[in-house]
Write a protein that binds this ligand. Structure first.
Ligand code: GLU
Length: 382
């Protein structure tokens, strides 16, 4: 555990010690086309109160692109729309300046941390980011994290609305957060579209993110509106990392403080794991989306119930592509995720040794990286 920067701030402790607050664009702009300083200052006031009550807080802040677009609006030449990266680069400094000034009123120092997914997928980048964030908390600052849009690929930006949701979950894992609050402009997860179905009900608590819950997210909110699908993906990563997750309406009065006090607001996802040790967090945070390993029922049970390593004999199929050393999802024959683990064999190698006994690996490949496809120390069972 970290020595808390907030050692002296012990009066009236809240339930959580380390909190990540993810603030979406719609919240920070209050639905307008520019940053809304009043909305931001309400967040700042709550963060300051949480710190006074003993919690460390990291903000994951969107809003750079919106701020940049607004700043450049009157200077654009017709037909010459800058890229999202350009908007984000213009807006990021304005965004940080706004946070800086608002926190400065409370004599609190902020720090800007720009991350990309690639940084976190790389073991060294992950460790560096973790060390820096911990140092910043130890120094008593409020780190403000955003995706480093300037170096992100445009098609990634375009296709991954809600990337900061995922980023916030990785940040929660990085700092061993016990609470991730995803603040948005809807009240939480509903069982139907609240805009069109008056009978739509808020789901107050989700024990397990299964296919029914996933259906609610895509059906009730649509992939783009409210971005509930990416919020669920984020929740899944963070609860596995040992953090409780709440998706709530950031416009509700004092919402962050109330959640941190344990008041039921929005949709609550209890942590499903004890905080995992560092390596396992990294595995969950860097899981590849380009491929997966399909295992038979026996192997799925051995992983799930007996904490065994994955051997080639249990591998039924290899989907997509991945390299040796990547964190790859392991799924059962029904497509349910069983585990994520660092694979000793690439997808190409695995396709050749799947179903075989381990003592035949060297004969088929001409070499071996060990008898396990994934060693149990490098495996996180879901
Ligand atoms: N990084 C983007 C921005 O600051 C936001 C991405 C997101 O909201 O997921 O504008």
């Amino acid at each position: 555990m970290l020595a808390s920067s907030s050692g002296e701030r012990t009066i009236g402790c809240v339930k959580y010690r380390r909190i990540v607050a993810k603030c979406g664009t719609s919240l920070l702009t209050a639905g307008s086309d520019r940053l809304d300083l009043e909305a931001m200052s309400r967040i700042v006031g709550q963060v300051v109160r949480l710190r006074e009550r003993g919690a460390d807080v990291v903000i994951v802040s969107s809003g750079a692109q919106a701020a940049g677009r607004h700043r450049l609006a009157h200077r654009l030449r017709p037909g010459k729309e800058p890229s999202r990266q350009a908007f984000a680069s213009v807006g990021q400094s304005h965004l940080m300046q706004s946070w800086d000034e608002l926190f400065d009123w409370h004599d609190v120092v902020v720090a800007q941390v720009l991350l990309t997914r690639r940084d976190l997928a790389d073991r060294l980048g992950y460790l560096n980011a973790r060390t820096t964030l911990r140092d910043l908390l130890d120094a008593g600052t409020v780190p403000i994290v955003n995706e480093n849009d300037a170096v992100a690929l445009d098609h990634v930006l375009a296709s991954r609305i809600g990337e900061n949701d995922t980023l916030s979950a990785h940040v929660a894992n990085l700092i061993d957060a016990d609470l991730l609050v995803i603040l948005t402009d809807v009240d939480g997860l509903f069982d139907a579209d609240p805009r069109t179905s008056p009978e739509a009900k808020l789901i107050p608590r989700v024990e397990r993110i299964d296919s029914t819950i996933e259906r609610f997210a895509s059906g009730a909110h649509g992939p783009g509106t409210g971005g509930m699908v990416t919020k669920l993906m984020a929740a899944r990563i963070a609860v596995q990392g040992g953090a409780d997750v709440v998706i709530a309406n950031g416009h509700l009065p004092n919402v962050l403080v109330r959640i941190a006090e344990g008041e039921p607001v929005g949709t609550f996802f209890p942590a499903t794991a004890n905080p995992l040790e560092s390596r396992k967090r990294w595995i969950l945070g860097s899981v590849t989306t380009t491929g997966s390993i399909v295992v038979d029922a026996g192997a799925a049970a051995a992983l799930r119930e007996r904490g065994r390593s994955l051997l080639p004999a249990g591998v039924r199929d290899v989907r997509g592509t991945f390299e040796r050393g990547e964190a790859v999802p392991v799924v059962d024959l029904d497509g349910e995720r069983v585990a994520v683990g660092v694979t000793n064999y690439s997808s190409g190698e695995l396709a050749r040794i799947k179903g075989l006994r381990s003592d035949r690996i060297a004969g088929v490949l001409g070499y071996t990286y060990g008898e396990e496809v994934i060693h149990r120390d490098n495996l996180v069972v879901l």
